[in-house]
Design a protein around this ligand. Structure first.
Ligand code: SF4
Length: 222
């Protein structure tokens, strides 16, 4: 069973798949503890918040809601038929806490594409055809290390940047030698303030990296 907090259809606003109509499936549970996390309601996997899958699908999804529903892979696939988008994004929370091999295989077999957004702190268990976006969360309060095997599996790196020391941390991460040289590295300003966006622009140019601003935030979409 997969712990699902919400499912919704929108446009992917970040990195390589920017602009793609996508069904986002937000999973419950994350022990990483990023202070600036905008989905803190997904952190706890407490049995007290378990609800019926039918209730999860009708609740007001704009309200930050700790409730979640355990769903089978077959039920999730059935629910995907209610949406038009053919790209699926597993996000969180930390989706890699779950074994996603069956779900990602089923989604791919249905003719859709699927992407996982992960912090890199858990082994990624998924179908080989899955697009893996690693957004490494370093030195967070949860004290979880970013794994070298996940960096090596990444189809793209999406790195949150707010200050100069974040760029140094990214260079250190690349220095581990696990990220494939052809893997695109996206810098994502932590906010759209001038300092963070300029830092991303300057370092993208200097290192042949890329810049990902959150298009959905600019457009006022969720
Ligand atoms: S890894 Fe993602 S969900 Fe978890 S605390 Fe950090 S930003 Fe929030």
């Amino acid at each position: 069973m997969i712990p699902v907090n919400e499912m919704f259809e929108t446009i992917q606003g970040e990195a390589t798949h920017t602009g793609r109509p996508s069904v986002f499936i937000r999973l419950q549970g994350c022990p990483v503890g990023c202070p600036w996390c905008d989905t803190k309601y997904t952190w706890e996997l407490d049995q007290g918040w378990v609800i019926d899958p039918g209730v999860m699908l009708t609740k007001n999804r704009l309200a930050a809601d700790k409730s979640w529903a355990p769903m089978s892979e077959d039920l999730i696939l059935e629910l995907l038929d209610k949406y038009r988008a053919r790209h699926v994004v597993l996000t969180g929370g930390e989706p890699a806490m779950e074994n996603l091999i069956d779900l990602t295989s089923l989604v791919i077999a249905s003719g859709r594409s699927i992407q996982i957004e992960t912090s890199g702190t858990f082994p990624v268990q998924c179908d080989i055809g899955t697009w893996v976006t690693v957004s490494p969360k370093l030195a967070m309060p949860g004290n979880l290390a970013v794994r070298n095997d996940v960096l090596a599996r990444a189809d793209e790196i999406k790195f949150p940047v707010g200050k100069e020391s974040d760029i140094r941390a990214l260079h250190d991460l690349i220095g581990r030698g696990c990220i494939h040289p052809n893997t695109p590295i996206w810098l994502q300003p932590l906010s759209l303030n001038r300092r963070a966006t300029d830092l991303c622009r300057d370092n993208a140019i200097a290192n042949n990296w890329r810049v990902s601003v959150q298009v959905h935030a600019l457009a006022g979409w969720r």
